[in-house]
Design a protein around this ligand. Structure first.
Ligand SMILES: [Cu+2]
Length: 410
C-alpha cells in the first residue's frame, strides 16, 4: 500500500486513472464502427479453413472477453472503494495452499480445454491429401507470383500459367498453395479464407484455400519485408467451375501481334527494347521471328519480374496495390453478387472501366510510385541490377504507345 500522498497529486492521479478506461471505451467504439465494411475481417470467414479458425477462436474469445469485463469492473471497484484516504496499511497475509493449488489446476484445465480443439484444428488445416489443385506462390519484394504447374488437378492444366497479384481458382474446391520466397521472409494472408503462412527462402510451405462462393478476397503480406512492405498486397479470386475453365483458356490464348501502323504496334517495339529483358510476354517474337525470353535474373536482384502476357485480365498491379480500373468499376467488381461475379471478372479490364492514371504514373517513374530504395540517390541501377522496377525515362509518347499495346492484349 502506498504511503499517504498529498491532496494535489491525489486528484491528478484520479484523473489519470479515469483516462485509461475512457480511452479503452473510445477505442472499442472506433473499432466496432469500422468493422462494417472490412474485406480483411477475420471474423467473417468465407471458406472452410477460415471458418475452422473462426470457430476455434470464438469460444475462448467470448470467455476471455467476459473475464476481461469482470476483472475490469472488480479492479475499478477496488480502485475507488479502497483508494488511499490516509488509512492505516492493512494487515499483510502470506500463503494459502488451497487457493494456490486451485489457481494452478484451474489454468491447467483451461489450457487443456483450449489445447485439444487447437491441435485438432491445426491438423485439419495442415491436411493436404484432399486438395485438388496446386498453385505455386512465390513472394518477392514486393509482389506475389503465382504459377500453375502442368497437372491433372485444377481440372487439368496443360501448359504452365504464370500470373501475379491476383490468383484465380475454382470456388468450392480445396486448393493447395505451395509458398516460398525469392528474397526475404514474407507472409501470405487472405483473412477471409485461411490464416497466415510465412514465405521463407529455400523452403516450401503449404496452405489450403477454399472459398464457398465466387468472389474476390483481399489480403496482404504480413511479415515486414522492407521499404514497400505496405504495397505488397494480393487478391484471391474464386470463380465458378465453368468460368475457371474459360479463365485457363484465356490465359493460354495464342499471342496476337497488334496490326501494323497502329500505336499499339509501336508500343510493341518499345516493349521489345525497354521491357522484355525483364518482363515475359508469352508468344512475343523479335524482328527475326525468334521467341523473346526475358532474363530478369540479370537485371533484378530477386531475379524475377511479373509476367505481363495477360496484364489486362487482372484489375490491379504492382503487388495488387494500384487499380487499373475506375473506382466505380472497382466497387461493382468487389460488391458483385456471387452469381454475377465470375462473368464480370472474366471480362477483364474493359475500355469503359480502364483508368490509365496509375499505370501511366508507374511507367513514368515506378520507384516514385512504390519506393524501392531507402537511399533516393540509389534509385537507378546498382551493379547493373535493380530492386523492383527502375525509372526508364520513357517519353510521354512511348508511355501512350505501351499502354495501347498492353490494353489491346487480353
Ligand atoms: Cu512481403
Amino acid at each position: 500500500m502506498p504511503v499517504p500522498s498529498n491532496a494535489g497529486s491525489h486528484r491528478r492521479s484520479r484523473a489519470r486513472r479515469l483516462a485509461l478506461p475512457g480511452a479503452a471505451i473510445a477505442a472499442l467504439t472506433l473499432l466496432s464502427s469500422c468493422a462494417k465494411d472490412a474485406p480483411q475481417d477475420t471474423f467473417q470467414p468465407k471458406g472452410d479453413n477460415a471458418r475452422n479458425i473462426d470457430n476455434l477462436q470464438r469460444t475462448p474469445f467470448y470467455i476471455a472477453g467476459g473475464v476481461f469485463v469482470i476483472v475490469f469492473f472488480v479492479v475499478m471497484f477496488c480502485v475507488f472503494k479502497f483508494r488511499d484516504r490516509g488509512q492505516k496499511i492493512p494487515k499483510q497475509t502470506h500463503g494459502k495452499p488451497a487457493l494456490e493449488i486451485a489457481l494452478t489446476i484451474l489454468p491447467a484445465l483451461i489450457l487443456i480445454g483450449v489445447g485439444i480443439p487447437t491441435v485438432k484444428t491445426l491438423f485439419m488445416l495442415a491436411k493436404t491429401s484432399d486438395t485438388q489443385c496446386v498453385i505455386n506462390v512465390t513472394g518477392q519484394q514486393w509482389w506475389w507470383e503465382y504459377d500453375y504447374p502442368v497437372q491433372a488437378g485444377c481440372g487439368g492444366i496443360t501448359e504452365p500459367i504464370v500470373t501475379s497479384g491476383e490468383f484465380v481458382f475454382p470456388a468450392k474446391m480445396n486448393v493447395l498453395l505451395k509458398i516460398t520466397s525469392r528474397d526475404v521472409i514474407h507472409s501470405f494472408w487472405i483473412p477471409a479464407l485461411n490464416g497466415k503462412r510465412d514465405a521463407v527462402p529455400g523452403r516450401v510451405q503449404t496452405l489450403r484455400m477454399e472459398a464457398d462462393q465466387p468472389g474476390i478476397y483481399a489480403g496482404q503480406c504480413t511479415e515486414f519485408c522492407g521499404l514497400s512492405h505496405a504495397y505488397m498486397r494480393m487478391d484471391a479470386v474464386a470463380l465458378d467451375a465453368a468460368s475457371f475453365e474459360t479463365w485457363k483458356t484465356n490465359q493460354l490464348a495464342a499471342y496476337e501481334s497488334p496490326a501494323d501502323g497502329t500505336p499499339a504496334k509501336t508500343g510493341e517495339s518499345t516493349f521489345l527494347t525497354q521491357c522484355s529483358r525483364c518482363h515475359q510476354v508469352n508468344g512475343l517474337v523479335n524482328a527475326d521471328g525468334d521467341p523473346v525470353i526475358s532474363r530478369p535474373d540479370q537485371y533484378v536482384y530477386s531475379g524475377a519480374a511479373p509476367n505481363l502476357t495477360n496484364l489486362m485480365t487482372r484489375f490491379d498491379f504492382a503487388g495488387a496495390s494500384f487499380d487499373l480500373i475506375t473506382d466505380d468499376c472497382r466497387d461493382k467488381l468487389w460488391s458483385a453478387k456471387p452469381a454475377d461475379f465470375s462473368a464480370l471478372y472474366l471480362k477483364g479490364v474493359t475500355p469503359e472501366c480502364f483508368d490509365p492514371v496509375n499505370l501511366r504514373e508507374w511507367l513514368r517513374n515506378a520507384p516514385g510510385k512504390k519506393p524501392m530504395y531507402a537511399d533516393p540517390t540509389k534509385l537507378g541501377p546498382t551493379d547493373g541490377k535493380t530492386r523492383g522496377m527502375p525509372n526508364l525515362n520513357l517519353t510521354e509518347d512511348q508511355i501512350d504507345q505501351i499502354i495501347s499495346y498492353l490494353t489491346e492484349r487480353k
